[in-house]
Design a protein around this ligand. Structure first.
Ligand code: ARG
Length: 442
């Protein structure tokens, strides 16, 4: 029973929040005359001492006492006697754990939000450096049209901004205080829930005691945001893996983020990127795990809900590490701009530019321009050259009206420079977007 029942092995992580909650509760009890001045003083000093003991690793955690709430309360009573026994007036572990866990998730949101901001700043800085460096843009992982490396990096800044906004939304909904809901029905004591809510930095007390002790939406929403964000990090990690591979050679990672092979001396494996990709499994798993724990529970509290913490703790560890490793790699990577430029021009990447030129200059309908371009690509392919490698005379055998000017749009630089539509990849756009982000993040 003890082994399956005790949560102290993992919920000791909540000790700071538990002490914060108890201080707010004690102060409120004193304000309504349920504790006298001496009792409140003894509780406050006792909790301070306990915090120091835990911080120093000297606290005698005990499995017999089941969880962090009973461990701290028992220790308090051991140290200060009678007053310690009065602390649990008008509360239950049900509202206590709901409060502690909300505080913990809120702290995690603040830390991770800042970390996402750091990663965005690193990516925006790199994007500003490479606003004009072309690389192949892909769809279906087939060369599609040239883009700039800066544009590609800023795509991730946009994703991360949404990840951060999801956390902010989650924080706003989470920020109601369950304390005072007691076991499930509220309490007969004349407690001041506005005071405890304010003392703990919540916007207001929760409005329904049954909901307050049995709601774990805040944790689920947090894990949903985590899963989406981890998925974004995993996509970037996957690109890093592809870009570092020998056939691509778009970027190099230093020894700081790669490992050697024990048998093949030439290898530099992008292990950090692979592990960022893999950590996503834990985060998504945590979300599915808690959804599954919650789905069959009748109101109000059930012990099942003790299983809410480990998935959240594990997700935070994995997410934090993935963010840190990604920021490290984004700082560390050296793009091979010459190689990317060369590849940006391969695979007939400027075929769309040719078709657009036929529309713009020769007034061909786009469908016809598409067809003419297709024939020119086939001709170039047969001759083993790219589009700019065809002579004007050869092009004119497909369409007599083509003029020398067409060659101006076939270069990679002309292609990216022409994509000036809002949100497009033109270097001027990319530089402006990078500057906008850097300013917003400063
Ligand atoms: N350790 C418990 C948890 O994490 C605290 C709440 C216990 N409540 C109860 N009614 N047994 O959920």
């Amino acid at each position: 029973m003890q082994e399956i029942n005790a949560s102290i092995g993992f919920d000791r992580k909540l000790w700071r929040q538990d002490i914060r909650g108890s201080r707010a509760h004690a102060a409120m009890l004193a304000s309504i005359g349920l504790l006298d001045k001496q009792e409140l003083g003894a509780i406050e000093t006792g909790l301070d001492t306990i915090a120091r003991e835990i911080e120093a690793g000297r606290f005698p955690f005990s499995d017999d006492l089941e969880d962090i709430h009973m461990n701290i309360e028992a220790r308090l009573t051991e140290r200060i006697g009678e007053a310690g026994k009065r602390l649990h007036t008008a509360r239950s572990r049900n509202d206590q754990v709901a409060t502690d866990f909300r505080l913990w998730v809120r702290d995690a949101i603040d830390g991770i939000g800042a970390q996402i901001g750091d990663l965005m700043a690193v990516l925006a800085t790199r994007a500003a450096q490479h606003a004009a460096d072309p690389m192949p843009g892909f769809t279906h992982l087939q060369t599609a049209q040239p883009v700039t490396f800066g544009h590609h990096l800023l795509a991730y800044v946009e994703m991360l901004a949404r990840d951060r906004a999801r956390l902010a939304d989650c924080r706003a909904r989470l920020n109601e205080c369950p304390l005072g809901s007691a076991a499930l029905a509220g309490t007969s004591f004349p407690i001041d829930r506005d005071a405890t809510a304010a003392a703990l930095g919540f916007d207001r007390p929760t409005a329904n005691s049954l909901d307050a002790v049995s709601d774990r939406d805040f944790a689920l929403e947090f894990l949903g945001a985590a899963a989406i964000s981890a998925m974004h990090l995993s996509r970037f990690a996957e690109e890093i893996v592809i870009w570092c591979s020998a056939p691509y050679r778009f970027i190099r990672l230093s020894d700081a983020f790669t490992t050697g092979s024990s048998i093949m001396p030439q290898k530099r494996n992008p292990d950090a990127a692979e592990l960022v990709r893999a950590k996503t499994g834990r985060v998504t798993g945590a979300l599915v795990s808690l959804l599954t724990v919650m789905k069959g529970l009748p109101l109000a509290y059930a012990k099942d809900m003790q299983e809410d913490k480990e998935p959240v703790f594990e997700a935070v560890t994995a997410w934090t590490l993935a963010l840190a490793a990604t920021a490290g790699m984004a700082r560390d990577l050296t793009p091979d701009t010459a190689r990317m430029r060369e590849m940006a021009g391969s695979g007939f990447a400027t075929a769309t530019d040719l078709a657009d030129w036929l529309v713009r200059v020769l007034r061909l309908p786009f469908r016809e321009a598409h067809h003419v371009t297709g024939r020119l690509v086939a001709m170039a392919e047969a001759k083993g050259v790219d589009l700019a490698g065809l002579s004007l005379a050869e092009m004119q055998t497909v369409l007599a009206g083509i003029t020398q000017d067409v060659f101006d749009v076939l270069t990679v630089d002309a292609s990216v420079a022409s994509r000036t539509s809002y949100g497009g990849t033109a270097p001027a756009n990319v530089a402006a977007q990078a500057a906008r982000w850097l300013k917003a993040l400063a």
